[in-house]
Write a protein that binds this ligand. Structure first.
Ligand SMILES: [Ca+2]
Length: 382
């Protein structure tokens, strides 16, 4: 099965959780957030020892320019929650140190890339009807799935188990809800509707790479061991929202108690123990491991696995012919009760040729020269 076919026809019904901005509400949230924007993060944010009260700043204008050194080590990888069997068993892993983007890649970052290279994302390309004679005409046009629980327009995919998804002609990273939408006021939002192949192209341009799943999870845990959230055990410590998630009854009631009914500008919630923002919620994040549901069972035979790179090939028993990579972190459409995948040990999978309105990414590098050359702020290796 070709990746294109899966992108536009087969994979869509299998996606259970993803999302789109609710445009008006997001703009209000964005304006409110921008009122609180501080000038820049203090230099201390780049130091290994972080004090959240001192360092937290809603948005750092230099967000795309900072990387944090993540000192490697051993950790327990995976999730014991019975709802995420593919993240079991929990097993011990070692990762070497690396630098990680402090923030998600934003629309502003991706705009720089496209302006410099002329790159066209998968969602912006059209299909040849000769190759896909059975596809409805609309699905041959450039476009993407969007989250639309109101069913107002576009092509109804007829997905009974998740009728809030629709195919929208002309939707892509620059037009998140379709041709009538744009990025004005969303420069600091995470880029969405990017496939893994799009993310790889961006990474190549930046001279960096996508993190392995182990690197991502080690960094997301922020020095905590076997905790259900990247900040600890409680979902709302002292009543505080720690990530952009969903409050209310999914998918029709989104109260936005955390300040955002849609996506949020990167860095709108406190960082984790390593100073990384948005490691939980907002958007899922691509990592470089191929997806295989039994991969952790293979690794658990060892006492400790050194720098796992993922299985040799992808295999999803529900769609055996579709190549998939792992995604981590949960999104703004996840609730603390509905979606156990907010846990840093949880995982899901995505077709490498498909973007999503709730999937973005961030990059890492193991090469100091890359971190120094491409970043204004650079955390020195201890
Ligand atoms: Ca929210």
């Amino acid at each position: 099965m070709s990746p294109w076919f899966s992108k536009k026809y087969v994979l869509i019904p299998s996606i259970l959780i993803s999302g789109i901005f609710i445009a008006a509400a997001s703009r209000v949230s964005y304006q409110n957030s921008m009122r609180a924007v501080a000038a820049t993060l203090p230099e201390e944010i780049l130091q290994p020892q972080l004090n959240e009260k001192e360092l937290y700043s809603p948005v750092n204008p230099d967000f795309g320019q900072s990387m944090i050194w993540i000192q490697g080590g051993d950790f327990w990888m995976g999730d014991e929650n019975p709802e995420v069997l593919d993240a079991q068993p929990v097993h011990k892993v070692h990762v070497d140190g690396f630098w990680m983007d402090q923030y998600l890649v934003t629309n502003r970052d991706f705009t720089e890339f496209v302006n410099d290279t002329g790159y066209v994302t998968v969602a912006e390309r059209s299909l040849d009807p000769k190759e896909y004679p059975d596809l409805p005409r609309e699905l041959l046009e450039p476009g993407a799935i969007i989250f639309s629980p109101s069913q107002q327009s576009g092509t109804d995919l007829g997905v009974t188990e998740s009728p809030w998804w629709r195919w929208q002609k002309g939707a892509n990273w620059q037009h998140p809800e379709g041709p009538q939408s744009d990025l004005r006021g969303r420069e600091l939002f995470p880029v969405i509707h990017v496939s893994y192949s799009d993310a790889e192209a961006y990474a190549q341009w930046r001279g960096k790479r996508l993190p392995t799943e182990a690197e991502w999870e080690f960094a997301a845990r922020g020095g905590l061991e076997k905790q259900p959230y990247t900040w600890g055990r409680e979902f709302q410590p002292q009543g505080r929202f720690m990530a952009n998630t969903w409050q209310g009854h999914f998918p029709y009631n989104n109260s936005g108690e955390d300040g955002f009914t849609g996506l949020s500008p990167v860095g709108s919630f406190p960082p984790n123990g390593y100073g990384l923002y948005d490691m939980t919620g907002n958007v899922w994040q691509w990592v470089s491991d191929w997806y295989r549901p039994n991969y952790y069972r293979q690794l658990s035979r060892k006492s400790v696995t050194m720098n796992p790179q993922g299985p040799q090939a992808s295999y999803d028993p529900h769609e055996p012919g579709v190549k998939k990579r792992v995604q981590k972190g949960g999104s703004y459409l996840c609730t603390d009760v509905y979606c156990s995948r907010l846990n840093p040990g949880a995982r899901r999978k995505g077709d490498i040729w498909s973007g999503s309105p709730q999937v973005g990414f961030r990059l890492v590098t193991s090469e100091p020269i890359n971190a120094m050359n491409s970043q204004k702020h650079f955390s020195q290796r201890p």
